[in-house]
Write a protein of this length. Structure first.
Length: 587
């Protein structure tokens, strides 16, 4: 449905409209002298002209025009972006002019200019007719949410009055009464009229969904005056329509029985919220329109169920593989909400998992225990038979396999449904595999009796590791307690970590005995040997000066050490750092 056209108005009508406005409703400027009103009128008319010329239509609340005798004003916050230089200069001149005569003459000149503008810039209805028609054609498949502001329900909901809707519903009701079946030949011909009816039913179910959204918004706009908080508590359109029809104009919600329509927790929240709501009872006219819209929404929902029942009976022939996995009822719902088997086959598995999911209302409770979002797939038998702890993983697998089955059915790959049954068997095997307990820990076998002791060698690496991570003497004392003497603790009075026998020798000091570390001694000896071997080499920065306490600075003799060793006065045979050397005898 296209948007409604708003007729352009003249500058005199804008000025008359502004003169009749109260001071608190005037969008800009507190005073209302002639010059200021002319500038405001010019701005309003320019905004309306801009909307009509550039868009070909004006929306309620976005442009100035006549719509059922009402003026439509643009948003005042856009004044600084919309007024051009000519209007700003005119405003400044009006503010600084003194005298009503000059202002009146200026007003007359502005009115003349606006009339000229109105004559020269006529509404380009013929030029934009084709563009508007293209927009209307492109918007036929989508719900026009702007039309929800209309007071007439028939202008909002038109699906039930179309010939297409009546023909399809008559054929569906006749087929359900006769209980006819398609030819069971392993495939369905596109030329078959009953198959075409099934395709039309899938398209009609999508149109019914869009129509329900439009009617739901219409009901919300009307019932918002009575109970504005209800739309945030009840999200589903059908549940909302049932609750609105049940409550109607009742002031005390506790007198209304909502059992069977909403969960108990939501009923409690609705009752508490209704006691503090700021809404007022609806007029009789608005109440009648609201109840009529609720009845129409419920009738559309009943018609949708009939369509799904008809398609469900034919799913064994339309989509045998998909029906083998999720069942005929779930397959019909998936095809109905997706818009047909072809549209369902083009969807990714992550979207198929969410088809038919309702928006959850936690009513202020925690979301930690709430179930993950899943649509119609939760009604499948294989999903219901899965343990709750594994349903998240199972739903992903079912959605993936159902998508593959839908693609097989869309290409008529396996009309017998054998591929779908194989996929279902794979799903069940995976779920059974997930439920298997982990393998039990095997018991350690006992040693063979009367066997020789094993030769286990620690080795140098193990000895180093044990020496490195050995328990120190201080920890040994801390882990030991003396009989009859309370131990000291970190927090006192026996609280905190106890110190054991540490500090109980009587001297007030920790008794720590330094043990000889063989590993550290060996490393130190090895480092000493390396430093001795490289002691003969000196760098270029080494000085031959030596500072002694006897003579101060002395010059050292680099050959004195070699001469002293070669004199025979000191032997290196039993040196602490030297090693034995072996000289091979020459033949």
């Amino acid at each position: 449905m296209g948007r409604s056209k708003v007729n352009p108005i003249s500058g005199e009508e804008v000025l008359e409209f502004l003169l009749l406005m109260p001071d608190d409703e005037l969008p800009i400027l507190g005073s209302r002298n002639a010059g200021e009103l002319i500038v405001i009128a010019a701005w309003y008319l320019w905004w309306n002209r801009r909307k009509l010329v550039h868009e070909g239509l004006a929306c309620r609340g976005e442009g100035l025009g006549r719509d059922n005798g009402e003026f439509i004003a643009p948003p005042v916050k856009q004044l600084g972006n919309l007024i051009n230089l000519q209007f700003i200069l005119a405003l400044v001149s009006c503010l600084f002019l003194n005298g009503a005569t000059s202002q009146a003459s200026l007003a007359d000149s502005f009115l003349a200019d606006l009339d000229e503008l109105s004559d020269n810039e006529a509404y380009p209805e013929e030029d934009n007719a084709e563009a508007v028609g293209m927009d209307e054609d492109g918007d036929d498949d989508m719900p026009d949410l702007e039309s929800l502001n209309y007071d007439d329900l028939d202008s909002v909901s038109k699906l039930q009055k179309t010939q297409r809707y009546s023909d399809i519903m008559q054929k569906v009701e006749g087929a359900l009464e006769k209980d006819t079946y398609l030819s069971n030949q392993g495939f369905i011909l596109e030329e078959d009229p009953e198959y075409q009816l099934i395709v039309d039913c899938n398209a009609l179910s999508v149109d019914i969904e869009n129509e329900l959204i439009i009617i739901h918004n219409f009901i919300r706009d009307k019932y918002r005056l009575k109970f504005p908080e209800l739309e945030s508590l009840v999200h589903h359109p059908i549940d909302y329509a049932r609750v609105v029809k049940k409550i109607a104009n009742e002031v005390d919600i506790t007198l209304v029985d909502l059992e069977g329509l909403l969960p108990s927790a939501v009923i409690m929240v609705v009752s508490v919220t209704a006691s503090t709501t700021s809404g007022k009872p609806l007029s009789q006219e608005n109440l009648v329109k609201t109840i009529e819209a609720c009845d129409r929404a419920l009738n559309l929902d009943a018609a949708k169920k009939k369509v799904l029942d008809f398609v469900e009976g034919k799913m064994g022939y339309i989509a045998p593989n998909l029906s083998a996995i999720v069942g005929s009822a779930v397959a019909a719902k998936l095809m109905g909400i997706a818009g047909g088997l072809g549209a369902l086959a083009k969807m990714p598995a992550c979207n198929v998992q969410l088809l038919g999911a309702k928006k959850k209302n936690l009513a202020g409770f925690s979301s930690a225990t709430s179930q993950f979002r899943v649509g119609y797939l939760e009604q499948a038998e294989v999903f219901q038979s899965t343990p709750p702890a594994l349903r998240t993983r199972a739903c992903r697998v079912i959605a993936a396999k159902a998508t593959l089955a839908a693609r097989i059915d869309s290409t008529r790959g396996d009309p017998t449904g054998k591929a779908g049954r194989n996929l279902l068997e794979e799903i069940r095997k995976k779920i059974e595999k997930w439920q298997e307990p982990p393998p039990a820990k095997l018991p350690k076998p006992l040693p063979v009796p009367d066997s020789e002791p094993k030769k286990k060698r620690g080795g140098r690496r193990l000895r180093k590791m044990k020496e490195r991570y050995a328990v120190t003497d201080m920890m040994k004392l801390a882990n030991r307690m003396q009989f009859g003497i309370p131990e000291e603790s970190s927090l006192g009075d026996g609280l905190g970590e106890g110190y054991g026998m540490l500090g109980q020798a009587g001297s007030g000091k920790l008794r720590v005995s330094a043990a000889q570390n063989k590993l550290a001694a060996k490393v130190a000896k090895k480092f000493k040997e390396r430093s001795y071997g490289s002691g003969g080499a000196t760098s270029g920065l080494t000085s031959s000066l030596a500072f002694t306490p006897v003579q101060g600075i002395e010059l050292s003799n680099p050959h004195a050490h070699g001469n002293h060793l070669g004199s025979g006065t000191q032997s290196t045979y039993f040196s602490e750092t030297g090693t034995f050397s072996r000289i091979n005898n020459r033949p």
